[in-house]
Write a protein of this length. Structure first.
Length: 342
């Protein structure tokens, strides 16, 4: 048996909004959390896919960007000092004789806890990379798969590639600040919402953005910095589009990874749970957020927040039957207020 290096009350696999809120709910009960995520920062899809895109269905927040939501959650959980293990996956999971779970990460870190919470969203995801010549030469210099800071593209010439919601949304989002935007898509039809498609076509009709039907066939420029992108149009012509940055939005590859090997009740890459506790059916392992499924499931962030609260209140007496659980309201319970530092 490998020696355990880290013991904690709860291991959370996934540091998206739902995983972060689980830290808050666990912290109110006095539980210490460690989180594992394959991304290089907390936030999950909110920071990876739409950090500056507005979200409108968070309670009491008429409008909040993905990054603002994550920043607020990080501030909210700060009194509980969670520990993050980033840039790594949760891999091997072993049941110990003391009834705890031992987990090893892809970086060789070893954690032990009576509670494991899978809050992995849709699973580990990476962008689908197009098969362009010499693509790797331009990555992280002038080819971006997500928009993290919009001001990076101020007064720049952009080529956006794709025909889904992400591509059209970022055409519309960046059009007010970019010098020029050209969308490249292989056909006239789109996979985006009708509203997004209508807004995009109006921008094209008004001459505010360009649209080229065709396929990217060449990336041109020295030292990883693009000068232009070569496109073969559907008419068979070759055109070169001046370009400071290219943003391909070709979709994501999503996988549960090692989680799929843990013997949980899987249902089409989702985990079946008991809605009274959000237990997976394996003692001590729970699932919340988009990764879990049950009849009437609604995939919303606010739903995941509810699931996190129910899960923590169910997991506490299971894992720590001899401890008294602080219940009640944050407005009146002094023990909870002390943990919050208020």
């Amino acid at each position: 048996m490998v020696e355990v290096s880290i013991k904690t009350d709860m291991i959370i696999v996934g540091a998206g909004p739902v995983g972060l809120f689980a830290v808050f709910e666990a912290g109110l009960l006095g539980l210490k959390c460690h989180l594992i995520d394959n991304l290089d920062r907390p936030g999950g899809q909110c920071t990876e896919l739409y950090p500056e895109k507005p979200i409108y269905d968070i309670p009491a927040r008429p409008k909040v960007t993905g990054q603002e939501l994550v920043d607020d959650l990080m501030q909210q959980i700060s009194p509980f000092d969670p520990v993050f293990h980033l840039n790594q996956q949760a891999s091997d999971l072993i049941k110990l004789e003391n009834n705890n779970w031992q987990m090893m990460t892809s970086e060789g870190e070893i954690l032990e806890s009576p509670i494991v919470v899978v809050a992995a969203g849709a699973g580990s995801f990476v962008p689908k990379k197009p098969k362009y010549p010499n693509l790797e030469k331009y990555e992280e210099k002038s080819v971006d798969y997500a928009v993290y800071k919009m001001n990076k593209y101020q007064d720049k010439e952009l080529v956006i590639v794709g025909g889904g919601d992400s591509a059209l949304d970022w055409v519309m989002g960046l059009e007010p600040i970019a010098k020029k935007i050209t969308l490249v898509h292989r056909r006239e039809g789109f996979r985006a919402s009708p509203d997004s498609e209508a807004q995009f076509k109006k921008l094209v009709a008004d001459g505010k953005v360009d649209f080229v039907m065709g396929n990217v066939t060449a990336l041109n420029g020295p030292d990883g910095k693009l000068d232009n992108v070569g496109v073969e149009t559907v008419e068979g012509e070759y055109v070169e589009l001046n370009c400071d940055y290219m943003l391909p939005f070709m979709g994501l590859k999503i996988s549960l990874g090692p989680i799929a090997e843990w013997g949980l009740n899987l249902n089409r890459k989702h985990i079946d749970v008991n809605t009274e506790t959000f237990s997976t059916g394996t003692e001590g392992i729970y699932a919340i957020g988009d990764v879990c499924t049950y009849p009437s499931k609604i995939k919303l962030i606010l739903t995941g927040f509810y699931e996190a609260a129910v899960m923590c209140h169910a997991a506490f007496p299971y894992a720590f039957p001899d401890r008294k659980m602080a219940t009640g309201y944050t407005t009146t319970n002094t023990a909870i207020q002390e943990r919050l530092g208020v």
